[in-house]
Design a protein around this ligand. Structure first.
Ligand SMILES: C[S@@+](CC[C@H](N)C(=O)[O-])C[C@H]1O[C@@H](n2cnc3c(N)ncnc32)[C@H](O)[C@@H]1O
Length: 249
């Protein structure tokens, strides 16, 4: 059985992204499919869904294995003509993608792992058309501190609080986590204006999959709750990830 929490984790972001794709398409003077770049798009979970809406997607990723999976996934979904995988990374983005040609850039789960998040966002600004949209999803430090503490890893939680990258130590699999202010500053410094900020996975990671999968109506109720709370300022700090939509100034 597919764990229902996984679908709920991605739902808030997907809804916001679909809305941006729609808005961008509506704003164009002539009807055409959108050009989308998914930086660090990995195995193409997001790219294939975007292609299924009728857009052209280029996935730039340094992992050949991920790009091979992307190819298989696109073939299964019958969108191979709309999805292209390109070996590259944030530092080489402008060498492998045409400058100033993308309507939307997706950058999900990537700022945590790149060498230089500021450089990555400047490269993203370089591939976007003026007034094009950027979708950033990144791990939030405050929620990770909370999660470590409530799972009994109290020293780790305190280490994370004082660590400049928000890590609990060398065995932490995430190289870097952000505060909302850090993400907003990085985006502003790279020439973006922030349009929307959402908290993602405010409650989902703290609720047992047993409850969500076995209690009638629980998955639907959790999804409705996550959607309602995503833009609620009081709960933003509890979100495992922050989703920011920004436009190139
Ligand atoms: C956590 S995964 C996120 C994958 C996908 N974007 C998602 O949201 O499911 C991080 C991805 O970033 C890629 N990556 C690692 N270093 C990178 C870099 N320097 N520039 C761009 N992508 C990178 C990895 O290969 C991997 O596919």
């Amino acid at each position: 059985m597919v764990e229902r929490r996984s679908a709920i984790r991605g739902a808030v972001v997907w809804e916001a992204l679909q809305s941006v794709l729609h808005t961008r398409r509506q704003s164009l003077s002539s009807a055409r499919s959108l050009q989308v770049v998914d930086l660090g798009g990995g195995t193409g979970g997001m790219a294939v869904r975007i292609a299924e809406l009728g857009h052209q997607v280029v996935v730039v990723d340094p992992s050949p294995d991920a790009l091979a999976s992307l190819e298989r996934r696109a073939a299964e979904a019958e969108v191979t003509v709309a999805v292209r995988g390109v070996l590259g990374d944030a530092a080489t983005l402008l060498d492998v993608v045409e400058p100033a040609a993308a309507d939307v850039v997706v950058c999900h789960g990537v700022l945590e792992v790149v060498d230089d998040p500021g450089q990555a966002l400047r490269a993203v600004a370089g591939v976007l058309l003026p007034e094009g949209y950027l979708s950033v999803l990144a791990a939030q430090r405050s929620a990770a501190v909370f999660a470590r503490a409530v799972s009994g890893h109290l020293d780790d939680a305190r280490t994370m609080l004082g660590d400049p990258d928000g890590r609990w130590g060398r065995s932490d699999p995430v190289p870097r986590r952000f505060t909302q202010e850090e993400l907003e500053t990085l985006l502003a410094d790279a020439g973006f204006g922030i349009a929307e900020v959402r908290g993602v996975r405010v409650f989902t990671d703290h609720i047992s999959s047993l409850v969500v999968d076995s209690e009638p109506g629980a998955a639907e109720a959790l999804l409705a709750l996550e959607t309602a709370v995503a833009t609620h300022r009081d709960f933003m700090a509890m979100a495992t990830q922050l989703h920011l939509l920004a436009t190139r100034r």
